[in-house]
Write a protein that binds this ligand. Structure first.
Ligand SMILES: CC(C)(COP(=O)(O)OP(=O)(O)OC[C@H]1O[C@@H](n2cnc3c(N)ncnc32)[C@H](O)[C@@H]1OP(=O)(O)O)[C@@H](O)C(=O)NCCC(=O)NCCS
Length: 200
C-alpha cells in the first residue's frame, strides 16, 4: 500500500472531495451535532473545539499513513460543504482500508454519499493500492448499508460489539476486494462489448 504525499482534489460529476482543514470545523460540527447524524457515528465529541482538534490532527497525515484522514465534500454548483468522507488503513489487516461517510441532513437523499464513496473507493484502490476496502456500520443503519452496496461493497459479516459503557451493539462489515471490483461504467451506461451475451 502507498502513502499519497501529493493529494489532488477529486472531482466527481457533482462533487469535489478535498482535504478537510481546521476552517471546515464549524460546518462539520454543525451537522455532526444533529442527533440523527450522530446516532450511529463513532465520534464521541462533536463540539466545535473537539472537531477543530480532530481536523488539525487528520490534516497532519497523508492518506495511506496510519490513522484517519478526512475529505470535505463540496457541491460543485454552490461550493457548499455538504458532507465528509474519510479513510484509514486497518491497523490489524495489512492491505485493508476502512472508509466512513456522513452527509449533512439537507444534502441527504440526493445520491451524494453514493457518488462520494464511489470516488473514495476508487482512490483507495487506484492511488493507495489497497487490496480491500471495507466499511463498518451499525446493523440498523440501513441508509449506510445502501451506500456501501451502491459503491460495490458486499455484506460479509454481522457481529456484536461491546461499547466502553458496557452496552452491546450489532454491527455489519461491508467489503470489496480489488479482484472483485466492478468494471468501469462506460459513458452513458450503454452496453459494452463485454456485456453483450455471446452465442456459443
Ligand atoms: C448514510 C448517509 C451518508 C447516506 O447519505 P445520502 O447522501 O442520503 O445517501 P444517498 O443519497 O447516496 O442514498 C443512499 C441510499 O440509501 C437509501 N436510504 C436513504 N434513507 C433510507 C432509509 N431510511 N432506509 C433505507 N434506505 C434509505 C436511499 O434511498 C439510497 O438508495 P437508493 O438509491 O437505492 O434509493 C446519510 O444518511 C448520513 O450521513 N447518515 C448519518 C451518518 C451515518 O450514519 N454515516 C454512516 C456511518 S457508517
Amino acid at each position: 500500500m502507498r502513502v499519497d504525499t501529493d493529494f489532488e482534489p477529486i472531482e466527481t460529476e457533482r462533487l469535489l472531495l478535498r482535504r478537510s482543514t481546521v476552517d471546515d470545523a464549524e460546518a462539520i460540527a454543525a451537522y455532526r451535532a444533529d442527533p440523527e447524524v450522530a446516532r450511529y457515528q463513532g465520534w464521541d465529541r462533536v463540539d466545535l473545539e473537539s472537531v477543530r482538534t480532530s481536523m488539525a490532527e487528520m490534516a497532519g497525515r497523508d492518506p495511506g499513513e496510519p490513522g484517519w484522514v478526512q475529505f470535505s465534500v463540496e457541491e460543485q454548483t454552490t461550493g457548499r460543504l455538504v458532507g465528509d468522507v474519510g479513510l484509514s488503513p486497518d491497523e490489524e489487516e495489512p492491505g485493508v482500508i476502512k472508509v466512513g461517510y456522513t452527509m449533512a441532513p439537507r444534502a441527504q437523499g440526493k445520491g451524494y454519499a453514493t457518488e462520494a464513496v464511489r470516488a473514495l473507493v476508487d482512490y483507495a484502490f487506484d492511488t493507495l493500492g489497497a487490496d480491500t476496502v471495507i466499511a463498518y456500520a451499525s446493523a440498523e443503519n440501513l441508509p449506510s448499508h445502501r451506500v456501501a452496496e451502491k459503491a460495490g461493497l458486499r455484506l460479509v459479516r454481522r457481529f456484536e460489539g461491546r461499547s466502553d459503557d458496557g452496552t452491546t451493539w450489532r454491527g455489519v462489515r461491508y467489503q470489496l476486494d480489488h479482484t472483485d471490483r466492478p468494471r468501469p461504467r462506460p459513458p452513458g451506461d450503454g452496453p459494452t462489448e463485454d456485456s453483450i451475451p455471446r452465442e456459443g
